[in-house]
Design a protein. Structure first.
Length: 120
């Protein structure tokens, strides 16, 4: 099981020997800062605008299109591709299925993110 932010902050305070000093608690100050920083990071978007940066060639990524479709794909030679599998979009009420085809120009990718890693 992963640690909570508070548990990790407590562990780091103990590891670094932070004790009370001059009427204020360095430990509490460190814990508050650690938690606030972690919470700030958690609120940051992992989506990268295609206007800010394009993915590496042939990198396995998640792509978001302007109309809301989100799917696994890649980018190669200025072409966006949808990988094999169901994607988060529908046409006439049915899931859209793709087999490594280029993304239709009207879909217009607007953002992408690396595939998350779920290491324990």
């Amino acid at each position: 099981m992963k640690q909570t932010v508070q548990e990790r902050a407590q562990e780091m305070c103990e590891a670094w020997g932070m004790e009370d000093n001059h009427g204020y608690s360095v430990r509490d100050t460190f814990k508050v800062g650690f938690v606030q920083g972690a919470n700030w990071q958690a609120e940051q978007s992992t989506w990268i605008s295609v206007e800010d940066r394009l993915p590496e060639e042939n990198e396995n990524i998640i792509i978001m299109c302007e109309h809301g479709a989100i799917f696994n794909g890649t980018y190669c030679n200025t072409v966006w591709f949808c990988m094999d599998g169901y994607i988060n979009d529908t046409f006439k009420g049915n899931s859209v299925y793709s087999s490594m085809v280029s993304i239709p120009p009207l879909w217009k990718p607007i953002a992408w993110m690396p595939i998350p890693k779920f290491d324990e």
